[in-house]
Ligand binder design. Structure first.
Ligand code: SAM
Length: 236
């Protein structure tokens, strides 16, 4: 690859939409699910997948499934829908318990080689990670706590947060070395814990590192997200 095209691709992921479209192009994903759409003109409409389903109980413009994610997945339960989606974007209710449920439910309906992108994983102030939403304020909620718990309990997943657009966590089936946490109780997870161990908890990677590991435009099967074993805190 020439230098010019290398720079072009390196600069190409600046938003959640860019990341989603990169995954679709790189992995050949076709079927997309978005949990929490709000205004489809902000992201959903720009996602370049063949089949797109949006779920939101109170969208600003029509979505296919106007309901909560819990209701949506309850409806799928009897449908035997394993492998229904290649890519899921979770950006609904930003509370840890709900996010954990959304991830587990998405995994149940995800193709074996599929991926989940979880928005708002990297709050950079204590205020932005509070539980209650204040209109107009930046709100990442407690998404990071659900992420931390999955990093501590799910050795069967591969998880990295790409350092773009509030922190976009990429999850797929794989292998990760689980991290230790003082408690898995969300109430006991303080912002101080995240500040002290942000890199390790999130497995935070730059866009460049993510592209190197996952593969830029490689066909399905290329690239890897198993970055954890190389991280400095795990080499000791
Ligand atoms: C941050 S906005 C989504 C933004 C959109 N994904 C984007 O990228 O522009 C969060 C949305 O989640 C929706 N929401 C709230 N609770 C939900 C739930 N339980 N299930 C699904 N969506 C929910 C809200 O109605 C709101 O529209």
């Amino acid at each position: 690859m020439g230098l010019a095209s290398l720079f072009r691709r390196r600069r190409s992921i600046k938003t959640r939409t860019d990341l989603l479209n990169h995954l679709i192009a790189a992995r050949g994903y076709r079927r997309y699910l978005e949990i929490g759409v709000r205004n489809p003109r902000d992201n959903f409409e720009y996602v370049r997948a063949e089949v797109k389903h949006g779920v939101d109980p109170a969208p600003r413009r029509p979505v296919k499934f106007q309901m909560t994610s819990d209701a949506f997945f309850a409806g799928l339960a009897g449908a035997g829908g394993s492998g229904r989606y290649d890519l899921a974007f979770i950006d609904g209710l930003h509370l840890a318990e709900q996010v954990e449920r959304d991830v587990v439910n998405c995994l149940m309906h995800l193709a074996p080689e599929g991926a989940i992108v979880l928005h708002d994983c990297n709050p950079t102030s204590e205020r932005s990670q509070i539980e209650s939403y204040e209109p107009g304020a930046r709100w990442n909620g407690t998404v990071w706590k659900a992420w931390a718990k999955l990093r501590a309990t799910r050795a069967d997943l591969s998880m990295s947060v790409v350092d773009v657009d509030e922190g976009c966590g990429v999850i797929r089936r794989g292998l990760q070395r689980v991290i230790g946490l003082p408690s898995l109780d969300y109430a006991a997870m303080s912002y101080g814990l995240l500040e002290a161990r942000r890199q390790e908890i999130l497995n935070l990677v730059s866009v460049d590192r993510f592209l190197d590991s996952w593969g830029a435009g490689q066909p399905r099967g290329g690239g890897s997200l198993e970055l954890e074993a190389e991280e400095p805190w795990q080499r000791a």
